[in-house]
Design a protein around this ligand. Structure first.
Ligand SMILES: Cc1cc2nc3c(=O)[nH]c(=O)nc-3n(C[C@H](O)[C@H](O)[C@H](O)COP(=O)(O)OP(=O)(O)OC[C@H]3O[C@@H](n4cnc5c(N)ncnc54)[C@H](O)[C@@H]3O)c2cc1C
Length: 474
């Protein structure tokens, strides 16, 4: 079914969550200035699915419940599904200029779909059917799903079993379900989504089989504690209402999620000690997420390109050749990343489960193109804006009766914009230049060296060597 932002808000308002922000336990989380923008971002995923002009990308036809559903809950059993999912990522990022918080959940569901099928075939387990039932449940209720794989990890040189709960682990297996303990970090959206699907973060060996767990919980589960990220600069800015914070949809909202002996019933468990399949699940997820991430980066770049052009007009520099070149330079980086991602979709392969997975080589290369493209886009935006991209006074200064007229006068640019509009745009630039997205592009979908591991494995360098030998008769 396709539901609405209002139903989503209604469901959220009934949750009793254990949430901490900046050292304080938060009761009325829905209205908190650091949480509301995350809610509004997820809300837009519902709003677009209800608008005719976005339905082609935002809505899909479920193969399980035979109804239209939000594409963020869809399983890609047609190649075209995978491509529309990619285009949806760009659409969402270009409308929000921040995260939509539903990508990781969607990508885990699809990677689980492929992996549980192989697992059942090889180990005679019954996870795939269970997962399908869970997918039917979230689709039938149009629930938003976030995703959690990143463990806190502790000492990276040690394996999970060599440390104390630094990877989420199974502590009890009961007749009715399992009990898990540990923590996941950097979780985009987490408690603000209806549900969270959880999976391991690395490939595992037998000695680490208790860490090979995957399951779904309702966000706000009673033994789960959520701690919101607290980047002081960003959090402080949010206290100032309206346009001062740069983006009405806020900055990236991520959480540390602490699982304090959480019970999960069997019908929500999709992996329990099958360590042999943790690596496959992680690589299926990584390939999908890096693929989708390139669409996302292109959407971010769309807003940066738009801001660059508008700022050049507000500053009176729109006709300068070096300014035009910089904007074109941003376009080239962004579209190269997008095109490589799109190629991964068109060259996708169907797995035995029926789900289509992107071409792994192109998906990983697109991730490596996305980071420099976004970095370069932000540098160009800062360049075009001028130093004021990080040195502007505040909205409150503009509104102050004693100094407001000075700000009004001295922050004015060309005649095409009012001082207030120019300052709004400056704050948006400030959000990009000093905000959290560059860190997100560095680590989202895995740190920069991880795609290189896949690329080395997939690039068939020896085949190319043999081509030359054959050509030269060696
Ligand atoms: C904005 C943002 C949003 C995110 N959203 C989500 C989300 O919704 N869900 C989710 O699950 N995750 C999310 N992540 C987490 C992201 O996937 C991780 O940050 C990423 O996988 C890197 O893991 P890490 O942060 O633990 O860094 P690390 O793995 O510690 O990496 C740090 C550095 O150490 C190196 N390194 C790590 N281990 C080793 C080792 N054993 N030997 C040698 N070098 C090593 C890495 O190559 C890297 O250079 C998000 C991250 C960000 C920044």
């Amino acid at each position: 079914m396709i539901s609405t932002k209002e139903s989503y808000l209604d469901r959220l308002s009934k949750k009793r969550v254990d949430l901490y922000i900046n050292g304080e336990r938060i009761e009325n989380f829905m209205e908190h200035y650091n949480i509301k923008p995350i809610i509004d971002s997820i809300g837009l995923t519902y709003e677009l699915a209800n608008k005719d002009e976005y339905k082609d990308l935002a809505v899909a036809q479920s193969q399980f419940i035979n109804e239209p559903i939000n594409r963020f809950l869809h399983i890609y059993t047609e190649k075209e599904d995978l491509i529309k999912r990619f285009k949806l990522a760009r659409l969402m990022s270009s409308r929000l200029s921040t995260c939509n918080y539903r990508c990781v959940g969607c990508d885990i569901l699809n990677s689980l779909y492929a992996t549980t099928y192989d697992m059942d075939e090889s180990l005679s387990t019954n996870y795939h059917e269970r997962l399908k039932n869970y997918i039917k449940y979230v689709q039938s209720n149009d629930l938003s799903v976030s995703g959690a794989l990143t463990d806190v990890k502790g000492d990276r040189s040690k394996k999970p079993h060599q440390q104390d709960d630094m990877y989420l682990k199974l502590v009890d297996k009961r007749d009715d379900g399992i009990v898990v303990r540990g923590a996941k970090i950097c979780q985009s959206g987490a408690l603000v989504a209806d549900e969270t699907v959880v999976m391991p973060t690395i490939a595992l060996k037998e000695e680490d089989k208790v860490y090979a767990i995957s399951f779904a919980i309702e966000s706000g589960n009673e033994n789960v504690i959520y701690v919101l990220q607290n980047n002081p600069y960003e959090a402080k800015k949010r206290e100032t209402p309206d346009w001062e914070s740069g983006n009405p949809y806020g900055d990236r909202g991520t959480f540390l999620v602490i699982f304090n002996d959480v019970f999960v019933p069997w019908d929500r468990v999709f992996m329990c000690e099958e360590y042999q399949f943790a690596g496959l699940l992680v690589s299926n997820f990584s390939n999908i997420h890096r693929y989708v991430g390139s669409g996302c980066k292109a959407g971010f770049a769309d807003t940066i390109i738009g801001a660059s052009k508008l700022m050049s007009e507000y500053n009176g520099t729109a006709n300068a050749s070096h300014i035009i070149d910089k904007i074109i330079n941003t376009v080239k980086g962004s579209e190269a990343c997008y095109a490589c991602g799109l190629a991964a979709g068109y060259e996708s392969v169907q797995t035995k489960s029926g789900v289509w997975l992107p071409n792994a080589l192109y998906a990983n290369i697109s991730k490596t193109l996305g980071l420099p493209a976004l970095n370069n886009a932000i540098v160009n935006l800062a360049d075009i804006t001028g130093g004021v991209c990080i040195t502007a006074p505040s909205k409150r200064d503009l509104e102050n009766p004693e100094i407001g007229h000075y700000i009004e006068h001295y922050l004015k640019g060309s005649d095409v914009a009012t001082t207030q509009d120019r300052m709004k745009l400056i704050k948006f630039v400030e959000y990009w230049v000093s905000g959290p997205h560059l860190g997100g592009a560095v680590h989202g979908g895995g740190s920069p060296s991880t795609p290189d591991i896949f690329i080395k494995r997939l690039a068939n360098i020896d085949e190319k060597k043999n081509l030359v030998k054959e050509l030269l008769g060696i």
